[in-house]
Ligand binder design. Structure first.
Ligand code: SAM
Length: 319
């Protein structure tokens, strides 16, 4: 582990791994390796015949995972967006054989804290915000080219920013004079346009979060991945998802509710009402970090974990 690896404090570490109900010879997927906090705990509970597939889209997270894999042959590493994890599952020949999948969504502390990754409105850096900074459109590319209305919609939808229109107008005006390429440059534009600063919250917090969610298509990824994860679980296998944003949590809650009612089937299938059997069983209530965990790790404060167990092997659809 290098110094940076210790900078990510794993959220709900014990709770998430215990939710997976680890079978010592089972096959598990950590869809968001980060710096491997959850992966290490899963490995500590697996026997010699157990396996863990660790995924991440971030090159630095993958480097950390590969380093761990050199010390532990039970760990297999795949660099992918989890929305496309079906390819890795197929390559590993584990379709329908997975005992548990964990998602710990959002960004890691090493990503947030490194100014060069462009997520921070506190420290200056290139306006990037891509978790996979080798692929896709950076925040700067998007902010400098998107229509004013699209920017406003993103800020409103993903950041719940009340002043989205005003801020979008300010961004578009500013970019006419000079391209927006730096994080602090954007933070200053938002700050100047924001008429109602919240206590203890930088006025650019919501806008930065919204742009990050958009640039990484975080909700689209989750939507695709939930169905793939469940379709590849063995009966009795577990799904555990830790969300940090109300829109993510709502999607997870809805997905589990639909699958637990048995009405998440591919549309158009000739299914009779009697065949509508649930695919998932909800396990427990939503779990939040303890006050103690939040005191030790303020970034855990908005975390919510939901857990479900696979009941039968009918295919579910992305919601
Ligand atoms: C909160 S961190 C995970 C921390 C990890 N559980 C730990 O304890 O170290 C989230 C990680 O998920 C990755 N990630 C987020 N969305 C992703 C996606 N759609 N596909 C693949 N990786 C993703 C990020 O790059 C980041 O490394």
């Amino acid at each position: 582990m290098d110094e940076r690896d210790e900078l990510h404090k794993t959220v709900l570490a014990e709770e998430a791994v215990s939710a997976l109900n680890i079978q010592s010879e089972g096959f598990y997927i950590d869809a968001t390796f980060g710096r491997g906090g959850h992966s290490r705990t899963i490995l500590s509970k697996l026997g010699v015949e157990g396996h863990l597939l660790a995924l991440d889209r971030d090159p630095e997270a993958i480097e950390a995972a590969q380093q761990l894999a050199t010390q532990d042959l039970r760990l297999v590493v795949g660099k992918t967006q989890f929305g496309q994890m079906e390819n890795v599952i197929e390559a590993q020949r584990i379709q329908g054989k997975v005992n548990g999948v964990l998602f710990d969504l959002g960004v890691s502390s090493p990503q947030l804290d490194d100014p060069d990754r462009g997520f921070s409105f506190m420290r200056d850096g290139p306006l990037d915000m891509r978790m996979d900074n080798d692929n896709g459109q950076s925040a700067a590319d998007w902010v400098n080219t998107a229509a004013q209305e699209e920017i406003a919609d993103v800020l409103y939808q993903f950041g719940e920013e009340r002043y989205s229109r005003r801020i979008a107008r300010a961004i578009v005006n500013a970019r006419k004079a000079q391209k927006v390429t730096r994080t602090l440059q954007l933070a200053e534009i938002v700050k100047a346009a924001h008429p109602a600063w919240e206590r203890d919250k930088h006025p650019a917090t919501r806008s930065f979060q919204a742009i990050r969610i958009h640039v990484n298509d975080e909700l689209g990824e989750l939507k695709k991945a939930l169905a793939v994860a469940v379709n590849n679980l063995v009966i009795g296998g577990r799904l555990a998802v830790i969300s940090f944003h109300s829109l993510e949590d709502r999607m997870v809650k809805q997905f589990i509710a639909d699958c637990s009612r048995g009405d998440n089937y591919p549309r158009g299938l000739p299914i009779k009402a009697a065949q509508l059997a649930p695919t998932l069983k909800k396990i427990g209530k939503a779990t939040k970090p303890s006050l103690r965990e939040v005191a030790e790790n303020p970034r855990a404060r908005s975390a919510v974990m939901r857990v479900a167990e696979k009941l039968q092997s009918e295919k579910v659809m992305a919601i």
